[in-house]
Design a protein around this ligand. Structure first.
Ligand code: CA
Length: 237
């Protein structure tokens, strides 16, 4: 029997949670609903879901604070987080992504949009083909084991950052526009804004530390991963 993806819904409004749960169940998912961060943490301590739907406004800790906590947790950080927010304005969306969410969806949303977003984050999390490894300079990535290392030291990345780095490393020394990256890395990008790419590139650079300089911003064009970044070459000397 095919495994049903487990979706943890952290939402304090029963009507919304119920609607989401019913739709997920009808579409082959296994929804688990909790009303706040405390219950969510209890659930995460017991069994990790495949994806977390996290409401922004919650009693107690906000969704934003929870996303930050979970992204810093080695055990939980690989689980994609989809933020649910009633606020549609850009600064808040970016704040959500900066806190560690992989994507966000603005209420009210359609079932189709929600399912598309969930499937997209799950796809991004799915491992690439076996024996897929690539090394550029001192940066090594193994898609089969989901491991990244820089000068032999392990680098921890979130699921979207991993996928983004995989694409950039497989197509190095070439400039990729934001819309091209959305297409190749996010796949289903009808609902995603180009700004999202910038947020994830920033996060990827931060996680990579010194190797982050290998990802160059090409003004007005996009991003490029290069083995010849001055900062990296200098550090190696
Ligand atoms: Ca709420």
């Amino acid at each position: 029997m095919k495994k049903q993806p487990r979706v943890l819904i952290v939402e304090d409004e029963p009507a919304i949670a119920e609607l989401i749960a019913v739709n997920l169940r009808h579409n082959g998912f296994l929804p688990v609903w909790v009303e706040d961060g405390v219950a969510a943490q209890r659930e995460l301590d017991t069994l990790l879901p495949d994806v977390i739907l996290l409401d922004w406004m919650l009693p107690g800790q906000s969704g934003l604070a929870l996303a930050r906590t979970w992204r810093a947790d080695e055990r939980i950080k690989g689980i994609p987080i989809l933020m649910l927010t009633a606020r549609g304005d850009e600064p808040d969306k970016v704040a959500g992504l900066n806190a560690g969410a992989d994507d966000y969806i603005t209420k009210p949303f359609s079932t189709q949009e929600l399912l598309a977003r969930i499937r997209a984050v799950l796809r991004r999390r799915a491992p690439e083909q076996v024996n897929d490894s690539v090394t550029i300079g001192a940066l090594a990535l193994d898609a089969a084991t989901h491991r990244v290392s820089w000068r032999g030291h392990a680098v921890r990345l979130g699921p979207t950052e991993f996928k983004l780095l995989t694409y950039l490393m497989k197509h190095p020394e070439r400039v990729h526009s934001r819309s091209h990256l959305l297409d190749k890395v996010w796949g289903d990008h009808v609902f995603i804004e180009e700004r999202t790419v910038d947020v994830h590139v920033k996060r990827l650079r931060e996680s990579l530390g010194a190797a982050g300089a290998m990802i160059e911003t090409v003004r007005g064009a996009g991003y490029r991963l290069t083995a010849h970044a001055p900062a990296v070459a200098g550090a190696a000397a």
